[in-house]
Design a protein. Structure first.
Length: 323
C-alpha cells in the first residue's frame, strides 16, 4: 500500500510541475508567434492534454473494453466542463473573446449532436468514426484559419500603432522552448498514468466498485492535464488558455478519442449513457455556453452551478452502483 501511495503522489507531483513547464512554454510560443492565448488553448494545449484520453480509450478498445472507451471520453467532457471550468470560474471569473468562444462552441455542439445521432442505433461503428473524423478535419481547418487570422489582426494593429513585431526566435531558443514544451507534456502524461493506475488500485483496496472507478477515477485521471494546466494558466493570469483548452479538449474527446477508438472495435451505447451520461453532458454544456455567449464572460455563479452539476452526476453514478 505504501508503494501505491508513493507512486500516486509522484504522479501528482509530475502533473503539477509538468503543467507549470508546459504553460510557461505555451505562453512563450504565443509571445514569439503572436498567436492569441485562446487559439493556443484550443489548438496546441487541447491537442496535447487530450493525449491521455486518446491513449487510454484507444488501447481499452483494442483490448475489448469498449464501454470504457466511451465512458472515459464522455466522462472527461463532463469532468472538463463541470469540474475544470467550474473551478476556474469560481476561483477567477473572466471575460472571453466572444467570436472565438462562439466558433469553438458551435463546433462542440455539432460534435455532441453527431455523437448522439450516430449512437441512436446502439453503437458507434467504423463508418460512424468517418463522420466524426470529418468534423475533426473541419476543426483543424478552423484552428488554422484562427491562427492565420490572429496573426493578420496583430500585424494590422502593429502597423496602425507603429509597434514592432516580437523578435523572431533564434535556433537555440526554438530548440529550448520545444524541449521544455515536450518535457512538460511528457511529465503530465506520465504523471496521469501513475495517478490513474495507482488511483484505481487504491479505490479497489478500499472497496469502491469497478463501475464507479471507470467512470470517475479514470475520467478524472485522464482529465488531470486539462485541470492542472487550466488552474496553472489562471494562476499565471492566462485565463484564455484555460477556456480554449477545455473547449478544444471537449471537441477532441468526441471527434478524435471516440472516432479512433471505434476503429479496432464498435463502441456500444449503453442505457446508462442515454439516460445519465449524455443528459448531464448536454446540460453542463448548455450552462457553460449560453450564458457565456450572452455576457462574453464566465461568472462565479455559473462556475458554482457547473460544479454542483458535476457533483450531482458523481452522486447519481454512486447511487446507481451502490444501491
Amino acid at each position: 500500500m505504501f508503494i501505491i501511495l508513493l507512486l500516486f503522489m509522484i504522479g501528482l507531483i509530475l502533473i503539477s510541475k509538468g503543467a507549470d513547464i508546459f504553460i510557461n512554454n505555451t505562453v512563450e510560443i504565443g509571445k514569439r508567434t503572436n498567436i492569441s492565448e485562446l487559439v493556443l488553448g484550443a489548438t496546441i494545449v487541447s491537442f496535447a492534454t487530450t493525449l491521455p484520453e486518446l491513449t487510454v480509450s484507444f488501447f481499452a478498445s483494442v483490448d475489448g473494453h469498449t464501454t470504457m472507451s466511451l465512458g472515459n471520453a464522455v466522462g472527461s467532457i463532463i469532468c472538463n466542463t463541470g469540474l475544470v471550468l467550474g473551478l476556474v470560474s469560481v476561483i477567477s471569473p473572466f471575460k472571453v473573446d466572444k467570436d472565438m468562444f462562439f466558433s469553438k462552441s458551435v463546433l462542440l455542439i455539432i460534435s455532441v449532436i453527431a455523437l448522439v445521432i450516430l449512437g441512436l442505433d446502439g453503437s458507434i461503428e467504423k463508418m460512424d468514426s468517418v463522420v466524426l473524423m470529418l468534423i475533426l478535419t473541419i476543426y483543424m481547418v478552423s484552428n488554422y484559419k484562427s491562427v492565420v487570422g490572429s496573426n493578420k489582426n496583430l500585424k494590422s494593429r502593429n502597423k496602425t500603432t507603429g509597434c514592432k513585431k516580437n523578435a523572431s526566435l533564434k535556433g537555440f531558443e526554438v530548440i529550448k522552448i520545444f524541449i521544455f514544451f515536450i518535457l512538460g507534456l511528457v511529465m503530465m502524461v506520465v504523471g496521469s498514468k501513475l495517478l490513474i493506475d495507482n488511483g484505481v488500485k487504491i479505490a479497489q483496496i478500499i472497496g469502491i466498485p469497478q463501475g464507479i472507478v471507470s467512470l470517475t477515477v479514470i475520467a478524472l485521471g485522464t482529465s488531470l492535464p486539462e485541470l492542472v494546466s487550466s488552474l496553472t494558466a489562471i494562476r499565471k493570469n492566462h485565463h484564455a488558455i484555460s477556456v480554449g483548452n477545455v473547449l478544444g479538449a471537449n471537441i477532441l474527446n468526441i471527434v478524435s478519442v471516440i472516432s479512433f477508438s471505434a476503429i479496432p472495435n464498435n463502441i456500444p451505447i449503453l442505457t446508462q449513457n442515454i439516460k445519465v451520461d449524455f443528459p448531464f453532458m448536454i446540460l453542463l454544456l448548455v450552462v457553460l455556453i449560453i450564458p457565456t455567449i450572452k455576457k462574453d464572460k464566465l461568472y462565479r455563479l455559473q462556475g458554482i452551478l457547473l460544479l454542483t452539476l458535476y457533483i450531482a452526476y458523481i452522486s447519481v453514478l454512486y447511487t446507481m452502483y451502490i444501491v
